[in-house]
Structures are given as C-alpha cells and as structure tokens.
Design a protein around this ligand. Sequence first.
Ligand code: ZN
Length: 202
Amino acid sequence: MKGRTHAGMGVITFLSIYKFLPGGFNYLGMIVVLFASILPDIDHPKSIVNKYILPFKNKMTKATLYGCIGAVLLWYNYLYLDKPIIKALGIVFIIIAVSSHRGGLTHSLMGMSLFSFVAGYIGNMYNIHYLVYYFMIGYGMHLICDMFTNMGVPLFYPFRKKKVKFPFTYKTNSKIGSAIEQLLMICGLLFTIYKIPVIFYK
Ligand SMILES: [Zn+2]
C-alpha cells in the first residue's frame, strides 16, 4: 500500500473514532496518527518518511544511518545516562536498520509495542497521556491495511515469520490495486469534507 493511502486511512480512522478517545479531537492527536500511520514503512528506503531523512535512498544508506544512530544512543546511554527510554530508542533504531521491507519488526505487533512504548514515554514526559492511544491507532491501522495486500505482514515476528493477510487481498501497484487505493482516497476525502462541519459546528 502506498504511503499516502496509509496517511489517508489514518486520518479517516481518526475522524471516525476521535469521540471515543481520551483526548477527543485535537490537532496534535491527528498529527500523531498521521505520523504513526506512515512510520512502519521506515523499513523501506524509498518510503515517505525516508524521503526526508536519507541522503541516498538505498538499503545500505538506510542500514548504516539508522545503525549508527542506534549504536551512538546505546553507547552514550551506557556511559552517561542509563535511562530505559534512550535504551529503547537505541534498540528501535537498530531494528529499523536491520529490518527488510515488511520482513521484520516494524510490521509486527512486537515492533508496534516497542514503538508505542517510546511514543507513550515521550507523551508522558510532556504530560500528554493520551498520545500513546493516537500513536497505536495510526500504527495499528497501517498493519491492518497492509494485511489487505498480497504481501501480508509478519505480524508475530520474531516468534513466527509467516506473513499474515486477509482472505481478500490485492497487489500494490497493480492496476486493480491502484484503482482500489484511489477509490479509498476519494471516499476518504468526501468523508473528511463531511466531517469538518460536524467537528467545528456542533
Ligand atoms: Zn507497510
């Protein structure tokens, strides 16, 4: 599934369920959902997230850059800080470095838990305790959406490497796949237009 479709699905989900969330409708929450809904594809050197981070869009650069950031964080933490959050962050970066696209942790429940731990910790640091829920919604939606594509996701990695998918799937970048994603985006746009007055003028 394309990055922008993931972003769109994240927004649709947010607009459908914000009423049930502890923080209700708020812009920070929406940005967090958006960010989390494209984050899992950080394992792909050409994904939206990496477009702005990597100087060269290839596997080597991705592995080297994230590997180095992770190693420096772990090392610095070991020497000076000794904080669990920095350790978790270091581990997250190492995971990103070694994950092949949809082959590893970023597309698994284990990865989602690790990333959510970091997001929750950052939220608590700023007294925004609801942040973690918004993060999990975006991240979770990404995994669910990818399960509709024929590649599936290694949901139970590292315990089981088998890719999990729904009984009805489509191929990303195929004719039908692109048509489905375009249709989703149009429906999403209409839904968003419908929702805006509901949010602001109730
Ligand atoms: Zn993905």
